[in-house]
Design a protein around this ligand. Structure first.
Ligand SMILES: C[S@@+](CC[C@H](N)C(=O)[O-])C[C@H]1O[C@@H](n2cnc3c(N)ncnc32)[C@H](O)[C@@H]1O
Length: 214
């Protein structure tokens, strides 16, 4: 019998999983500072427009807004976007959009820096390529792009992603640094650093922190 080959969970299914796990996700992750967020902020010029890909409930958007930036979030989960919008209410030039990363609802050349924590392992290779081309389209030349995604010893789909230990994201895509850098280059970005970092909470979980410029 053929072994069952896992696939990356579709964006529609991802949206409903994160809708369902919204409260638990907020409870478990709101206090965290993702690895690399401070170094990202240090690389962003003052009064920038900062795009958070897969912003979730907006913890990082709020940090970017507090640092004086126009924080723009995009996420496919309606529940997550609703919370992010609540949190950004009254913040000038900040917004959260309900949209897929493969079709960013933003004008060409309107973004100065891009952040994404714990998101692109939910995208297939084709969707990641499309999303990265969208990043190039919406960014001004030379924008810093920081992406944290799941790392693996080989690039491929694994079972067992978790919206904050919900344990029910069937397939996520793990990346080696070399393969991820190759996709960044193929889509016209310039990788500058890729590093594997340990999850601050969960043992044996590793993240790939990829830094590039547009
Ligand atoms: C693990 S959460 C990370 C949320 C936030 N970045 C954080 O650090 O807490 C993953 C988020 O990515 C969003 N997401 C996954 N695939 C997406 C896609 N194709 N387009 C937009 N958002 C997506 C999910 O809805 C979810 O809110």
């Amino acid at each position: 019998m053929e072994p069952h080959r896992p696939e990356v969970t579709s964006p529609g299914r991802i949206a409903s999983l994160y809708d369902d796990h919204h409260d638990r996700y907020v409870e478990r992750t709101d206090h965290l500072v993702p690895p690399g967020r401070d170094s990202f902020l240090a690389a962003v010029p003052t009064y920038s427009t900062v795009l958070d890909l897969g912003c979730g409930p907006g913890r990082d958007l709020l940090a970017f807004a507090d640092a004086g930036h126009a924080a723009i979030g995009v996420d496919v989960s309606a529940a997550m976007v609703a919370t992010a919008r609540d949190r950004l209410a009254g913040r000038p030039d900040c917004a959260a959009h309900l949209a897929d990363l493969t079709a960013l609802p933003l004008p060409d050349g309107s973004v100065d820096a891009v952040w994404s924590n714990g998101v692109v392992h939910h995208l297939s290779v084709d969707d990641l390529r499309t999303a990265l081309r969208e990043v190039r389209r919406v960014c001004r030349p030379g924008a810093p792009v920081h992406l944290l995604t799941r790392a693996g010893d080989v690039t491929g789909v694994a079972f067992g992603g978790r919206p904050a230990d919900g344990g029910s994201v069937p397939g996520v895509l793990l990346w080696t640094p070399a393969d991820f850098e190759a996709v960044l280059r193929d889509t016209g970005l310039v990788p500058t650093v890729t590093a594997v970092v340990a999850d601050p909470v969960v043992a044996d979980l590793e993240w790939l922190h990829a830094i590039a410029t547009t």
